[in-house]
Design a protein around this ligand. Structure first.
Ligand SMILES: CC(C)(COP(=O)(O)OP(=O)(O)OC[C@H]1O[C@@H](n2cnc3c(N)ncnc32)[C@H](O)[C@@H]1OP(=O)(O)O)[C@@H](O)C(=O)NCCC(=O)NCCS
Length: 185
């Protein structure tokens, strides 16, 4: 497989259409394997291109990963929470989510958060487990389309006794600590 040259940048309002397409594809082609088609459709229902810029205006930081000029994944964080992590199904299994997640966790760590939290779709649970997240509780979450989907509340402890509290050594420490998942080449 050709090596991916990934670049990362913050989302802009012009990304709306591309993010919507990617988001729907990730749900309807990948996540659907963990749910019924009816639940996946009702999860994807009601997504709008403007929704990403609106979320950003409300404090969500959305970073996108690009390969060959196209957006292939995105990750949002707000406070200590991972709000969304999606990779285009044509590009999964190549370390894109891992790259986005390491960057997001590095940011949380640099801001002094003691844990990262996520409400994970069942399709994301193996990914988060590979990163060291622990399942706390299973819940039913209402979808935009009026169904209920099973989700798992998960958390990853950041820092720890060996973590430097600040400075360049903290960044170096974060890169080792946050590298439990091997990168696909
Ligand atoms: C889950 C998702 C974000 C993973 O993206 P990705 O770019 O393929 O992830 P990576 O390539 O970085 O995978 C890293 C590791 O996570 C684990 N992993 C990822 N997907 C997995 C799966 N379906 N089953 C088991 N392990 C998985 C593996 O350990 C993998 O390491 P490996 O490649 O060495 O085996 C992507 O498949 C997706 O967008 N799914 C649909 C939407 C979704 O469920 N998002 C999460 C919502 S909270």
């Amino acid at each position: 497989m050709a090596e991916l040259s990934l670049t990362y940048r913050w989302m802009t309002p012009e990304d709306g259409d591309g993010l919507l397409r990617l988001h729907r594809r990730a749900i309807l082609l990948d996540a659907v394997r963990a749910y019924s088609p009816a639940i996946a459709h009702s999860w994807a229902e009601g997504l709008r291109p403007e929704g990403y810029a609106e979320a950003a205006a409300n404090g969500e930081e959305i970073e996108v990963a690009q390969a060959w000029g196209a957006v292939v994944g995105f990750c949002g964080i707000r406070g200590e929470r991972i709000k969304g992590l999606y990779v285009d199904p044509a590009f999964t299994g190549r370390g894109i989510a891992s790259g986005l997640m390491r960057r997001a966790l590095g940011r949380l760590l640099a801001r002094g958060h003691g844990a990262a939290k996520v409400t994970a779709a069942l399709s994301g649970v193996p990914f988060y487990e590979a990163f060291g997240f622990q399942a706390l509780q299973t819940q039913l979450h209402p979808t935009r389309g009026g169904c209920e989907m099973k989700v798992v509340e998960m958390a990853l402890e950041l820092g720890g006794e060996d973590a430097p509290t600040a400075g360049p050594s903290q960044a170096a420490w974060a890169m080792t600590r946050l590298r439990p998942v091997s990168l696909a080449s």
